[in-house]
Design a protein around this ligand. Structure first.
Ligand SMILES: [Zn+2]
Length: 357
């Protein structure tokens, strides 16, 4: 049996590189030879045992690779083609998919809305931090990468860019809006870029790390606030003349950022939440105007599927957004345990790590 290396969840606190069989290709699958993948904040939640997955599962959900083998039902692609697939792999036959919710896909046509059911890589099936990955429902999920683009340039498309942009899209940003984005990690930076593309005229980016705020400016932020130096809520209200922002995007998953997002929102504004929360949230009565503020609170999970990926690749190819600065480190798959150590502890200014088998 042909074997490959894969980063496997062993137990809370332990992700290890192990040998696994290269998967067999079913009729609707494609086998990708991974050329570049990366580690996501969600993978760190898995590592810490905050988000449970099966022991022995290969982690990772951000693939760039070459089609090694196509299932016999998959049409329109060629072996040897360079492709990505979204972190979310819907099959587009479930009720949720047909309702436009690819990420809440049931995974098969008989199911309805399984929360997060479209997220399969590194969640319900083996993921991408390996030499090979099996893409399910390949016909719905493979997106060819334009030749001129490097792996690094498209590495954000499967998850980070799709999620960050979804935060801006779900906020229904209008031309001329004032938008604040809490946290400028990779997803927050993409939300900042998304707000710019949507036509926001004043974009306020918040973080506690100056190097991230510098990149936020490259992504389109007009004002950057370091929460270590200013009272962000006061400052945002001052900047808007007490009016509050049209939209606040939360890109971290903490009570404090969620609450601040609510406190700076105008009546009728939208709080667009992208963070992965690990505990209950409290909604403060005053900031919520006792429930009578016409606020909209919306959440998003990374939209997937080949049409979403095609659009994101098109944004990169057109030069509208350059996410190159988000790739701060390179590691070999063989050294992925060290990469996890660096990323989980947020050392050395890390944003995203390109991992190459
Ligand atoms: Zn992710």
């Amino acid at each position: 049996m042909a074997m490959m290396k894969a980063a496997v969840f062993v137990a809370p606190g332990r992700i290890e590189l192990q040998d696994k069989p290269i998967p067999e290709v079913g009729p609707d699958d494609a086998l990708l030879r991974i050329t570049t993948t990366t580690i996501c904040g969600t993978d760190v939640h898995i590592l810490k045992g905050e988000y449970p997955v099966a022991r022995g599962l290969t982690i990772g959900h951000e693939p760039v690779g070459i089609i090694e083998k196509l299932g016999r039902n998959v049409r329109g692609y060629q072996e040897g083609q360079r492709v990505i697939a979204g972190a979310i792999c819907p099959n587009f036959s479930s009720y949720a998919s047909q309702d436009g919710l690819s990420s809440q896909d049931g995974g098969c046509s008989c199911h309805g809305y399984k929360p997060m059911g479209g997220w399969r890589f590194g969640n319900s099936i083996d993921g991408t931090q390996a030499e090979y990955v099996l893409v399910p429902d390949a016909q719905a999920n493979l997106a060819p990468v334009p030749e001129a683009l490097s792996d690094e340039q498209v590495l954000m498309c499967p998850d980070i860019m799709s999620t960050g942009f979804a935060g801006a899209e779900a906020a229904r940003i209008k031309i001329g809006d004032v938008v604040v984005i809490f946290a400028q990690g990779p997803i927050g930076l993409c939300a900042t870029a998304g707000a710019k593309l949507r036509g926001a005229s004043t974009i306020i980016a918040v973080d506690g790390v100056d190097s991230r705020l510098a990149i936020a400016r490259q992504m389109g932020a007009d004002v950057t606030l370091n929460f270590r130096n200013v009272d962000v809520v006061e400052e945002v209200l001052r900047l808007t003349g007490g009016r509050g922002v049209d939209a606040a995007i939360e890109a971290l998953g903490l009570q404090s950022t969620f609450e601040s997002a609510l406190r700076v929102l105008k009546p009728g504004g939208t709080l667009s939440s992208l963070g992965v929360y690990s505990s209950d949230l409290v909604i403060p009565l005053g900031a919520f105007h006792a429930g009578l503020g016409d606020h909209k609170i919306v959440t998003s999970l990374c939209p997937g599927g080949k049409e979403r990926m095609r659009r994101l690749l098109n944004v990169v190819a057109s030069g509208r957004v350059d996410l190159g600065p988000l790739v701060t480190h390179h590691y070999a798959l063989d050294d992925i345990e060290a990469a996890y150590e660096l990323f989980a502890n947020q050392r050395d200014g890390v944003l995203k790590i390109a991992i190459k088998p």
